[in-house]
Design a binder for this molecule. Sequence first.
Ligand code: CMP
Length: 140
Amino acid sequence: MAGNRTFTMIKPDAFEAGNSGAILKMIEEAGFKIVAMKATRLTPELAGKFYEVHKERPFYKDLCAYMSSGPIIAAILEKDNAVEDFRKLIGATNPEQAAEGTIRKIFAKSIEANAVHGSDSDENAAIEGNFYFSQLERVL
Ligand code: CMP
């Protein structure tokens, strides 16, 4: 059965552009409940840890530099079928391939600076949520 939680980050490009509010509005209007949220900033080392699965990819080093280049918002979201529905809402990784009306189509600047992250599985949603939020911050 599909889980009911996913994890997202509003990435440095979208935060810096002042698009966090508009993105959170789209997320809530799509039926997701915010159950934990914070504004924070990654160090390059922490970005490297978060994206460790990509460490052999050619874009890994740039990705770590980019993800630590400014503040982000991290959030745990709740909805039935959360992982799949959220990936539909954000659209393809490459904004040029993202469907019309998706968050990345509207706000992303490039395949790297693509406005938001969304977990790709229930297992990773739990791992990623735990990366950012302690047990005390996950009370909802
Ligand atoms: P995200 O969904 O957070 O997962 C991995 C991130 O790596 C991705 O979004 C992009 O920010 C980045 N990324 C993925 N593919 C590429 C690529 N081909 N070139 C540059 N960055 C990429």
